[in-house]
Write a protein that binds this ligand. Sequence first.
Ligand SMILES: Nc1ncnc2c1ncn2[C@@H]1O[C@H](COP(=O)(O)OP(=O)(O)OP(=O)(O)O)[C@@H](O)[C@H]1O
Ligand SMILES: [Mg+2]
Length: 243
Amino acid sequence: MEEIIRLENVTKKFGGLTAVDNFSGSIETGSIVGLIGPNGAGKTTLFNMMSCTYPPTSGKIFYQGVDVTKARTDSMAIRGLARTFQVTKPFGDMTVVENFMVGAFLHTRDKHKARQQAEEIYEYIGMSCGDKKCANETTTVDRKKLEIGRALATKPKLLLLDEVMAGCNPQEKLELVETCRKIQKTGVTLLVIEHDIKTIMSLCGKIIILHRGAKLIEGTPEEVANDPRAISAYLGEDYHAGC
Ligand SMILES: Nc1ncnc2c1ncn2[C@@H]1O[C@H](COP(=O)(O)OP(=O)(O)OP(=O)(O)O)[C@@H](O)[C@H]1O
Ligand SMILES: [Mg+2]
């Protein structure tokens, strides 16, 4: 299988703090991969480097075989990388559909086309707040969907989801899992950060555990769930026991 993104010996230092420590790994095109680990493990920092919000201190990042280590965020969006934000960042005074239009404008300057695409995304993502609702007035789950929808409107090939299920109830999480699967079926590759272990294990074909900035283990959900290193660093004995 082809890889859509590859990181080689990537390190990120913030002053004296090493947030990501010599991380190497790749994501296969078409897969759903889970990125998990304790708070502060460096997950979001990895997303920031993949999306070129800032460059690594050292190491290289290749996207579809091209060295993008020093690329800009806008060029990554054009290449097909989209991400959501852990702390949702809607354009608060704009409606939900207008937020989606912002994404759609990446590929068209035609306002009517952008609106049509945004309305399609509104339906596709299953929002219930009303398409004319001001983004600031939406519920947690709709804000999460808004993040996904705005990213989807840019027509991504690789979608990075940073805790889109956090703060959602079990039913809403199930819905979001189905949404992720639906997106994957259209050929989009997904890299998903989540703390809900049960949910992430059920969604992903591969799991990467990040611990203190470094990759602790990578494997299928089963392999990871039964690995003593994963249990002691993050999952805990309860998960091992199948609770
Ligand atoms: N811009 C920054 N400046 C300084 N330190 C930072 C910066 N961004 C992140 N860090 C630090 O880097 C480490 C990794 O942070 P990061 O946000 O990547 O963790 P995370 O795995 O996403 O955690 P969480 O699960 O809590 O979201 C933390 O110690 C954090 O405080
Ligand atoms: Mg984070």
